[in-house]
Design a protein around this ligand. Structure first.
Ligand code: F6P
Length: 515
């Protein structure tokens, strides 16, 4: 049954007519609307829900069989499909890339996938030994775009403080020639390892940048094969040992944006931070995978977050969602979640190909606090659009080296600001001066950890992956394909051909004439 026709949807629509007034935020409410699991607390008293809404949201999860679908996903059922139409028709098994710890999922598809993924991890371990013994590479350039860039970059940067100080990482994603120049200016190619990462091995930006760097290596008198490593699907144009000193694999059952825990993110993290850090990161992701299977209760943190998001999107009508980590290490995390969420749930048909008559994924964006407070928080507090916020915070700093100034530490100041923003957004302020009035009732919640360790980072990544998947299950859409990126790519290819034919700047008119 479609999302719009579910009994719980109708009930929630009624309840949304009088959402909770956040000006009544109280300590009891904060205690009541909190859940914890896997080292995280989810504090959601500042969402406009009541107990009745919470119960109805879990009814929605049950009616749409969200929990059952999560189990099917992790067991390797073919869920990346649109019934009755040509579609990717694949399993969705990114969880298998970290399912080698306690109680692995038992199903032939997932066991096979996990054993393939585990073999790549073993291969990575020996590769790292070889590279460490050579002691030659001081820089690494990762060439790749989309999921082959955003997740690896966000998570490498989040773990950078644990990394080796003598190793520098650069990412080359855009096809903009200025980016190539900028990266080349910062590295000595003779000491540089180059990872070429593309699941398909055919992405325009990545193949172009690979060719450019290969050419620069050759022109510097270096052997590209000694410097370059590829990560792609078996049989892809990049899966070629003649051109790469090592070829790591991913498979079609791992979506690009879900590939951070595969070799796509593994090689750069292990090289920069060490294999053990990467291993802990995988363990954290795996632990949250298990949380997502825990059933339909608030301890299932990704499911709870998915439901809160649906409340804001479908019942309170908020079109946008800001992700604000109070952790500088997570500076690129919102950009990764932006792709993860918008490429997954920015869909207009359901799994049977019918146009949906309800809203799907919101517009995702964000920057770290407190910097964001001095930028766009004005609009969040007093603008005419209400933007719900997901805050991310940690009780302790990452490396426990804090600084006391005026009797409080920097970490305390950071957290004080986070809590202050949540309270100000929720409760607002009345004033005789209209310009100093704050309407309040601007919803948010907080996912709070102890410290951003490699384990906690893995758990946070999987928390978001599963939150997004749960929302897709509840909406009945396919969160695992990305047809929406194809049309622009096709037109760009044709315009490139016009450039080749005409040798000068081809105007859009020239393209439209050829249509
Ligand atoms: O264009 C979108 C996309 O297909 C993303 O889904 C993907 O993460 C990105 O391009 C890169 O793809 P690949 O890893 O195959 O180069």
């Amino acid at each position: 049954m479609s999302f719009s026709n579910l009994k719980a949807t109708k009930h929630l629509k009624k309840l949304a007519e009088s959402p909770f007034n956040l000006k009544e935020l109280s300590p009891e409410r904060i205690a009541k609307f909190s859940a914890h699991n896997c080292g995280y607390k989810l504090l959601y008293a500042a969402e406009r829900i009541t107990e009745e809404v919470e119960i109805a949201l879990f009814e929605l999860a049950n009616e749409s069989r969200a929990h059952e679908k999560m189990l099917q996903m992790q067991q390797g059922a073919i869920i990346n499909k649109i019934e009755g139409y040509p579609s990717e028709n694949r399993e969705v098994l990114h969880t298998a890339t970290r399912d080698f710890f306690e109680n692995p999922i038992k199903n032939s598809n997932s066991i096979k996938a996990a054993s393939l993924a585990h073999a790549e991890v073993e291969k990575l371990k020996s590769f790292m030994k070889e590279i460490d013994q050579e002691n030659r590479f001081k820089c690494l350039i990762q060439i790749g775009i989309g999921g082959s860039y955003l997740g690896p970059q966000a998570h490498y940067e989040a773990l950078q403080l644990f990394g080796r100080k003598d190793r520098n990482v650069f990412f080359l994603a855009n096809i903009d020639p200025d980016e190539v120049v900028s990266v080349l200016q910062q590295v000595d190619l003779s000491e540089t390892l180059v990872l070429v990462v593309s699941k398909t091995g055919t992405t325009l930006e990545t193949s172009t940048n690979e060719a450019l760097i290969r050419d620069h290596l050759q022109r510097s008198g270096l052997n590209p094969q000694e410097h370059m490593v590829s990560i792609s699907m078996p049989g892809s144009p990049l899966d070629n040992p003649k051109q790469f000193r090592a070829c790591f694999h991913i498979w079609d059952w791992i979506g690009g944006r879900y590939s951070t825990t595969s070799m796509v993110g593994a090689v750069v993290i292990a090289w920069a931070c060490g294999f053990d850090i990467f291993w802990e990161f995988l363990k954290g992701a795996n632990a949250m995978d298990k949380v997502a299977l825990q059933g339909s209760s608030k301890e299932n943190l990704p499911l709870l977050a998915a439901l809160l998001g649906i409340w804001n999107r479908n019942f309170l009508g908020h079109a946008s969602l800001a992700i604000i980590p109070y952790s500088q290490a997570l500076r690129r995390f919102p950009a990764h979640i932006q792709q993860l969420d918008m490429e997954s749930n920015g869909k207009h048909v359901d799994q049977r190909g019918n146009l949906v008559d309800f809203e799907t994924g919101p517009i995702i964006w964000g920057e770290p606090g407190t910097s964001a407070q001095h930028s766009f928080f004005q609009l969040l507090h007093q603008g005419s659009t209400i933007v719900p916020i997901e805050f991310i915070g940690f009780a302790n700093s990452q490396v426990q080296q804090d600084f006391v100034f005026k009797n409080s530490s920097s970490q305390q100041k950071l957290l004080a600001n986070l809590f202050a923003q949540m309270i100000a957004l929720a409760t607002g302020q009345s004033s005789d001066n209209p310009n100093q009035q704050f309407s309040g009732n601007r919803p948010s919640h907080l996912i709070l950890g102890e410290k951003l360790s490699p384990f906690a980072l893995g758990a946070l990544l999987a928390f978001y992956e599963h939150k997004i998947a749960f929302q897709g299950f509840i909406w009945g859409i396919n969160s695992f394909d990305q047809e929406g990126v194809q049309l622009g790519k096709k037109i760009a290819d044709k315009i490139i051909q016009l450039f080749q034919k005409q040798g000068h700047y081809p105007l859009a008119e020239a393209y439209l004439k050829e249509l």
